[in-house]
Design a protein. Structure first.
Length: 118
């Protein structure tokens, strides 16, 4: 499984758990529709009026390209490297998610207390 696929799946899982809208992965074309870039996620309700895209970058050149396409589309932009998504334990910590009766649930706070929204 590719790094981009794992990152996109992470966003889909988080969207389901938190009840937010996410399209993952998501492509944006340039103005002339001759070039495209792929983002790991599009969050229409976050970042700005047009929403935001989340990129996965391997280099500064990746960042500049991802940021440029997002800006031309009027989207807010955020990016990180793959290590952010690589470990499921880290994903649970970052998004305040824990397992409860075999299902993922958001916690009430980021300290992972035993309280839940059940």
């Amino acid at each position: 499984m590719s790094q981009r696929t794992i990152a996109a799946e992470t966003w889909r899982e988080v969207a389901e758990v938190l009840g937010i809208r996410v399209t993952a992965p998501f492509e944006v074309a340039n103005d002339s529709n001759t070039d495209r870039v792929e983002y790991v996620a599009f969050l229409p309700d976050f970042g700005g009026k047009a929403g935001m895209v989340v990129g996965l970058m391997d280099s500064i050149a990746d960042y500049e390209r991802l940021a440029g396409f997002a800006k031309s589309a009027g989207l807010y932009f955020s990016a990180t490297d793959f290590s952010y998504y690589a470990n499921w334990g880290l994903r649970r910590h970052l998004f305040g998610i824990r397992e409860s009766r075999g299902r993922l649930r958001p916690t009430l706070d980021a300290t992972h207390s035993e309280r839940s929204c059940d």
